[in-house]
Design a protein around this ligand. Structure first.
Ligand code: PRP
Ligand code: MN
Ligand code: MG
Length: 178
């Protein structure tokens, strides 16, 4: 599988260092608040799993699975909920955990939804931010790395459901998707 990767953009060591740093920051921010960390499936899984182990506080986790409607002309951030939370978020401090923000559609929708559901606060931590892809003006509260306008895979990010299990973030060889 690794020979299908053109170059490594962010190494496993760099990711782990960043996750440690973010975990410590978030631990301080949310200490005593019993936050609900919401992982957005499937991409957020490796990041979420590593991040929570670096937060030495009481917290809860839950997951949502959503998909874009996939209609390019409707870039309103409209998404379909495939799996909702098992937790009532009213009055809770919610922290969304994402692998990447691209157009911003997924998180813009989820943030609005959770405000409507009366969460006490709704914030976002994303491992990667790709500002060049943005269609909706939304910013994460914590960003691991800003990435260029390239097709990146690994550490949760897929191409056709593959490569999520790579321990680093890499750029796929163009011949794989052409
Ligand atoms: C990817 C990624 C983010 C979202 C970002 O998920 O994991 O959740 O897209 O894109 P956006 O900012 O343009 O909304 P995807 O929908 O591909 O599902 P997956 O996590 O299961 O791969
Ligand atoms: Mn995702
Ligand atoms: Mg995907």
């Amino acid at each position: 599988m690794r020979n299908e990767i053109e170059s490594i953009l962010i190494s496993e060591e760099e990711i782990m260092e960043k996750v440690q740093e973010l975990g410590e920051l978030l631990g301080k921010e949310y200490d005593g608040k019993n936050p609900l960390l919401v992982g957005v499936l499937k991409g957020a899984l490796p990041f979420m799993a590593d991040l929570i182990k670096k937060m030495d506080i009481h917290l809860e986790i839950d997951f949502m699975d959503v998909s874009s409607y996939g209609n390019e002309t409707v870039s309103s951030g409209e998404v379909k909920i495939l799996k909702d939370l098992d937790t009532n978020v009213e009055g809770r401090h919610v922290l969304f955990v994402e692998d990447i923000i691209d157009t911003g559609g997924t998180l813009a929708y989820l943030k609005d939804l959770f405000k409507y559901r009366k969460a006490a606060s709704v914030k976002i931590v994303t491992l990667l931010d790709k500002p060049s892809g943005r269609k909706i003006d939304i910013h994460a509260d914590w960003v691991g790395f800003t990435v260029p306008h390239k097709f990146v895979v690994g550490y949760g990010l897929d191409y056709a459901e593959n490569y999520r299990n790579l321990p680093f973030i890499g750029v796929l060889r163009p011949e794989i998707y052409q």
